[in-house]
Ligand binder design. Sequence first.
Ligand code: FES
Length: 154
Amino acid sequence: MTKGRRSSVPALSVGEVAARSGVAVSALHFYETRGLIRSERNAGNQRRYPRDVLRRVAVIKVAQRVGIPLASIAEALDTLPEGRTPNAGDWRRLAAHWRAELDDRIHRLQRLRDQLDGCIGCGCLSIKACTLRNPSDVLAADGSGPRILEPDGP
Ligand code: FES
């Protein structure tokens, strides 16, 4: 948040952000050290966050919960403008930036959900389906890892 950014919406203390977002103060401090969120200091030298920080924190929290690395989250948040509250168009751009990675994760999760009860091509030859889908571990020729679950590799 660039110095001098003023808003009619009162800024929030770290405790208020923690209470509303459900994220611990220590995690908010960590996010700030990683440049994911920013604050200003008030006259009493206390951190104050613009209210739109709640959306950033919510996106960080949900993205982490689905396994997106913090570095990827930081890269996406870096597409948001400095010095003003991001608007819908800014978030649309972020979403577009992230779409490919999110789609890939969705596809991997769907494959895991839908194929876990069958042969995943890992080489174990431990279930009946392996004799049909991976006889004598022929899929090993395509490379390492579960070749059916992750046909394109890790
Ligand atoms: S499940 Fe491992 S090779 Fe089939």
